[in-house]
Write a protein that binds this ligand. Structure first.
Ligand code: NDP
Length: 290
């Protein structure tokens, strides 16, 4: 079934979104602050809205993807009466507070609202590789899921509008932590003449093994009970000392090894040394921590 869709914002990402809707056969209306960016899409079959009001009038489903939330308000605040009855799917990057505020704002003007996060680059949009997260009322997601699926692998995380942003940044924490850990090892091995490409398959294997631990460790976090099933924090700390000493001896950065050990040391000082690694959730869950 082809459903019509409006795309507001035709930057690098907005253009990719509009193109994917068109390719999937959905009648697509486009609007951009700088009107010339609509030309190529119109040539490919998109309908040009002459104004943002015309864009909002074109159909129920309105996907917005602009630089930031301030841009959304700059564009839409003067025309809020036209939001009534629309489903606004906001794929602009932001944080959970902004998502929840914008949901309340949209609801106040009679619109349904889903907040989204795009975990992909524009060339991946329209392929299964593009992961797009949504949060907000499940019924709003389900009623337009078929159309939104033109963009990639879409999922619904829950009713709280802040969830898409929270998952987005949680994913970034994972990504940067894995990359930093890999770079630490690479820096150490290079001092022994091992190049990055030689070490990479080993690093990849370790990352995969650790990833396998997550479901069981998550059960420990959720139950609040951390028996040392495979190793205790005290045992881990001895290995952390090796990592730190080797980094020092190799003359590479000790920042990351020191951070790893500092967090674990605090948990040991708090009497948690005989428990398993996920007990550190308590160190991560306090805002009084550095
Ligand atoms: P671009 O800089 O390419 O495009 C920005 C868009 O926002 C343009 O359409 C611009 O309009 C519009 N805009 C900015 N300010 C206003 C305003 N005051 N009123 C109306 N429109 C405005 O950015 P991207 O397309 O790359 O990114 C868009 C969003 O997608 C961002 O939130 C980004 O974080 C997110 N995203 C992007 C990814 C990427 O790889 N590019 C990946 C994942 C998420 P104009 O043409 O008139 O300037």
């Amino acid at each position: 079934v082809s459903n019509s869709v409006t795309v507001l914002g035709l930057g690098l990402m907005g253009r990719a979104l509009a193109r994917a809707f068109l390719k999937a056969g959905h009648p697509t209306t486009v609007w951009n602050r700088t009107a010339s960016k609509t030309d190529a899409l119109v040539a490919d079959g998109a309908h040009r809205a002459e104004s943002i009001v015309d864009a909002l009038r074109a159909g129920t489903l309105v996907v917005v993807c602009v630089s930031d939330y301030a841009a959304i308000h700059q564009a839409l605040d003067p025309h809020v009466e036209h939001l009534d009855g629309r489903l606004l799917v906001n794929l602009t990057s932001g944080d959970s507070r902004l998502a929840r505020e914008t949901a309340a704002w949209a609801n106040n003007h009679g619109a349904h609202y889903l907040d989204g996060a795009i975990m992909a680059v524009p060339p991946a949009i329209g392929t299964a590789e593009a992961v797009i997260l949504h949060s907000g009322p499940q019924s709003d997601f389900e009623s337009h899921e078929a159309t939104l699926s033109a963009l990639g692998t879409v999922s619904h995380l829950g009713a709280d509008h802040g969830l898409a942003s929270l998952y987005d940044v949680a994913g970034l924490a994972m990504m940067w932590s894995v990359l930093n850990a890999w770079l630490q090892g690479t820096a150490m091995l290079r001092t022994a003449g091992v190049n990055a490409a030689t070490y990479a398959p080993f690093a990849q294997q370790i990352a995969n093994v650790v990833a396998e631990w997550l479901p069981r460790y998550a059960e420990q976090v959720d139950s609040g009970s951390f028996p040392a099933e495979v190793s205790s924090l005290e045992t881990d700390i001895a290995a952390m000392e090796h990592l730190l000493a080797e980094s020092q001896a190799a003359g590479v950065s000790t920042e990351l090894p020191r951070l790893i050990k500092t967090i674990a040391d605090r948990a040991v000082a708090a009497g948690r040394g005989r428990e398993q690694y996920p007990v550190l959730i308590e160190e991560f869950s306090r805002s009084s921590r550095p």
